[in-house]
Design a protein around this ligand. Structure first.
Ligand code: ATP
Length: 359
């Protein structure tokens, strides 16, 4: 029987409330369906750790993480630590250090989830954004000179490599093919770019897209400029299947996608090392939410869905599906418990209990 070693980093704020619920549901699913073990290790690498040790994780933290099969991550963010430091030393360090080059964010409107768009029904919106996760506009290249003077200059360079662009675009096409084969997708891929305005890196991205698409004649592919993609995500998200985008564009598009299908409370995200040479990391899209942290009202569905994505990636797709079905069952039931962001009065814990019960 397979035993998966899971590193659990709940992090800060509501991560400490939502991740325990995800673990509760994962454990209940494991007990019910069997066939695998979960060996979870909680790693207290968060802002408290920073206050004590001057860093968010031990110096050899990334090395330690390589011993695990997957990482379940909550959120970081705390007034005591500058945000660019806490994010850089955890999320960005893992994405780069573990070469988690594909960021996958599904956007599916489930029955009972609040959709801010009028006339959109559950089942109509079902797409996935594939975001490049290790280079592009978020490459740590740049600097400031003449700091603090009126002559100050700031330069930040984007890095687009052939290898990086090709593998993420190919990942998008492969996913479109997989979704088509399993009957959930339209067999369609949209490359999101801005090659009309950025003459170098974006023209390069688009050229790589044009090359790769030649190898996928079975997939209907086209490009959208990022501004048009934002408009269409609001106007006609039902026309989307798989979108592939660079780091910055993907970041912005996925937050919009999350809101379109019910908000941060339910949005999960996977940071994949598709080559499987290092662990992948699964997290809810939301942050530490200091405004509601400690109140026990955070919606745990984003973390639960991230847990389901983790099981799916580990090869337990049947169990992952059961967790998703349980979420659908609670949401679509008018009497099912919901947290305040979904218009209910339930506590975080009650959602986890109910999901485990309905599995
Ligand atoms: P951080 O600084 O860690 O990014 P933030 O508050 O700036 O935190 P989010 O944590 O993403 O950003 O929260 C944005 C808003 O969405 C907040 O008002 C928060 O309360 C709400 N929110 C986020 N996640 C949840 C959740 N799981 N359940 C309910 N509300 C949430």
């Amino acid at each position: 029987m397979a035993t998966y070693k899971i590193a659990v980093m709940a992090g800060d704020g509501i991560g400490n409330e939502t991740i325990p619920e995800a673990l509760k549901v994962l454990e209940a699913a494991r007990k019910k369906f069997g066939g695998f073990e979960l060996a979870c290790t909680e790693l207290p690498w968060n802002s408290d750790f920073y206050v004590k040790h001057g860093r968010m994780m031990p110096e050899d933290g990334i090395q330690q993480l390589k011993a695990y099969d997957a990482i379940l991550f909550g959120a970081v963010g705390d007034a005591r630590v500058p945000e660019h430091v806490s994010v850089a030393q955890t999320i960005l360090a893992m994405r780069r250090g573990l070469d988690q080059w594909a960021n996958i964010r599904p956007a599916r409107l489930l029955p009972g989830a609040p959709c801010p768009l009028k006339d959109k029904q559950p089942g109509q919106i079902d797409f996935v954004v594939v975001r490049e996760n290790t280079e592009g506009e978020y490459a740590d290249v740049g600097g400031n000179v003449f700091a603090g003077t009126e002559n100050e200059i700031s330069v930040q360079s984007a890095v687009f490599t052939r290898r990086g662009c090709e593998r993420i675009i190919r990942y998008g096409f492969d996913l479109a093919r997989k979704r088509k084969a399993s009957g959930v997708g339209k067999g369609q891929l949209i490359s999101v770019s801005k090659h009309n305005a950025q003459r170098h890196s974006q023209v390069f991205w688009h050229r790589v897209f044009e090359e790769v698409r030649e190898q996928y004649p079975d997939i209907e592919s086209r490009f959208l400029y990022v501004d048009a993609a934002c408009m269409d995500m609001v106007r006609k998200p039902e026309t989307f299947d798989v979108l592939v985008a660079s780091n910055l564009f993907g970041d912005i598009l996925t937050d919009l996608a999350g809101v379109v299908v019910g908000g941060l409370g339910i949005a999960p995200s996977a940071n994949l090392n598709p080559d499987r040479v290092a662990p992948s990391m699964f997290e809810p899209v939301h942050g530490s939410a200091p405004d509601i942290a400690g109140k026990g009202i955070a919606n745990p569905l984003g973390s639960v869905m991230a847990g389901a994505m983790m099981l799916d990636f580990l090869g337990q797709d049947r169990v992952a599906q059961a967790i998703v079905k349980s979420v659908e069952s609670v949401l679509s039931d008018p009497k099912g418990p919901k947290t305040p962001d979904f218009g209910g009065k339930a506590k975080t814990r009650e959602i986890g209990d109910e999901l485990a019960r309905r599995l």
